[in-house]
Design a protein around this ligand. Structure first.
Ligand SMILES: Cc1cc2nc3c(=O)[nH]c(=O)nc-3n(C[C@H](O)[C@H](O)[C@H](O)COP(=O)(O)OP(=O)(O)OC[C@H]3O[C@@H](n4cnc5c(N)ncnc54)[C@H](O)[C@@H]3O)c2cc1C
Length: 201
């Protein structure tokens, strides 16, 4: 219940057979560009612990996804732990995606986590985007557009307009660059709106 967004992510992955067999670690190690957990882990600020013959090391999520199905795990290592910090007080998190109609993979998925201060001003915004490019990325423009502001509808709308910035949006069978960029903006707005509501804003 302290990280309910993770169970929400799990509930909309694939179908029951996929959900019953797939693992969190497997998804993060696989780094499919359309996988759901990567966006959520970016928004939540997770850390991955790798272990190999030379010992253990911790990798921050921002250093984890290296490219198309490529991560920071070494050839002689296993991902042995995923550490996800519990949300601070007055925080909310949400994940929204446009699912592929067959596989349910994210054509675009956006995870947002926000923390509000005592005056309802956003003291921290953390946003991850999956599906649009070759790897899940942090939406820094959206975060900057939220931090230090009251997250009313107009501010969320303006911040969400930055969602495709910094994403290497790829045209593929699911859609054009323009279409997927549009989905980034739409789902950033939806995820932020729900996260703010959950934070009590
Ligand atoms: C039909 C279908 C629909 C799907 N839909 C979705 C979806 O909607 N959303 C979504 O996010 N995902 C989706 N997936 C992906 C699925 O949820 C799993 O994440 C994926 O199949 C990986 O499965 P797994 O966890 O069993 O990992 P595995 O298949 O066991 O491993 C995947 C890769 O990661 C490596 N690996 C696994 N564990 C580790 C580890 N601990 N350390 C280092 N390397 C490791 C393996 O060597 C392998 O290369 C779908 C998959 C299928 C087949």
């Amino acid at each position: 219940s302290k990280l309910a967004v993770l169970s929400e992510v799990a509930a909309i992955i694939g179908d029951p057979a996929v959900r019953n067999r797939g693992t969190v670690g497997g998804s993060l190690a696989h780094a499919d560009p359309a996988a759901d957990y990567p966006a959520a882990m970016i928004a939540l600020g997770a850390e991955m612990v790798c272990e190999g013959a030379k010992g253990r090391r911790t990798v921050k999520v921002d250093d984890w996804f290296k490219g198309l199905m490529a991560t920071a795990v070494g050839e002689d290592e296993l991902l042995v732990e995923v550490r996800v910090p519990i949300l601070a007080a007055s925080s909310g998190a949400s994940y929204m995606k446009f699912p592929h109609p067959a596989s349910r993979f994210a054509v675009v998925g956006v995870a947002a986590a926000v923390t509000l201060d005592g005056k309802g001003v956003c003291s921290k915004a953390s946003v991850g985007i999956t599906g649009a490019g070759t790897k899940a990325v942090r939406a820094k423009g959206v975060e900057a557009g939220c931090t230090g502001k009251k997250l009313d509808a107009a501010t969320i709308e303006a911040a969400a307009q930055k969602a495709a910035e910094g994403v290497d949006v790829q045209a593929d069978l699911q859609g054009s660059v323009e279409y997927k960029s549009h989905l980034c903006r739409v789902f950033a707005k939806r995820a932020l709106t729900e996260a703010v509501k959950r934070a009590g804003g």
